[in-house]
Design a protein around this ligand. Sequence first.
Ligand SMILES: NC(=O)c1ccc[n+]([C@@H]2O[C@H](COP(=O)([O-])OP(=O)(O)OC[C@H]3O[C@@H](n4cnc5c(N)ncnc54)[C@H](O)[C@@H]3O)[C@@H](O)[C@H]2O)c1
Length: 259
Amino acid sequence: MLTGRTIVVTGAGQGIGCGIACAVAEAGGRVVATDLDLAAAEDTMRRVEELGGSGTVHAVDVTDHTAVSQVIDDTVKTVGQLDGWVNNAGVLRMGPALEDGSEAEDWAAQFDVNARAVLTCSRLAARQMVAQGSGGAIVNVASNAGKVGYPNMAVYNASKAAVISLTRSLAAEWAEHGINCNAVCPGGVDTPMLSQVAGWIGEREGVDPAELLPLMRPAQLGRHIQPIEVGRVVAFLLSESATIIRGQSINVDGGDTPY
Ligand SMILES: NC(=O)c1ccc[n+]([C@@H]2O[C@H](COP(=O)([O-])OP(=O)(O)OC[C@H]3O[C@@H](n4cnc5c(N)ncnc54)[C@H](O)[C@@H]3O)[C@@H](O)[C@H]2O)c1
């Protein structure tokens, strides 16, 4: 499905990003695993190699355009081409909308990584794809939070709604270059970020987070989603099989979100 294709994954050091890297390898693609945390990206690459895959690792902060440009240049120098880009890196800061908290700082931190970097990374990747003349695919990891509007994460929800909108815009604007752009909207995926949410609610409400985590399972599925399951949908969206799907934000949340 992705044989001979080189795919960059941001935030690949753990959680969904690691699952995406593994799914790309399963599908025969070459993985460029990037993360703030180089050691974590190296761990992911070991899992990719166990699956018979290969690739490179890079320490990249998605908000650092120089570092993002560098990874694109290095990839093109190593394998000659960039075929796909996955904007997975994301951050979540919990906070009730009624409380002042550190709103300006929280807004900047979440929108910088979750939304602005999605645009700038996509732009840098797309420029390379346009220069190559062979098109490519971009997949954004949004969230069902961008549709549902979960309590105590208004800014995060808004940043993910921005990703859903950006996905539509980029698909429309770059169609003439043969570049596709879609998003997935996960929910209830078994990752450190989900534990962070349970930890925050638990501390505020005086409940053991271990009791809360099982309640955060997608109801129809009756279990948490595993990162590789999200990864396999992303791998499909990166492939030629998804050519007729454009600008969509597809729920991968076990049926929690019906729209
Ligand atoms: N876990 C869920 O249920 C869930 C649901 C919906 C959406 N998401 C989204 O999926 C994506 C991955 O989430 P996760 O649950 O795996 O999170 P996670 O916190 O477990 O992992 C996030 C990874 O991104 C990296 N990262 C953070 N900021 C970065 C930056 N500036 N530059 C590069 N890397 C950075 C971290 O180092 C980490 O490896 C995020 O965009 C998140 O918003 C997760």
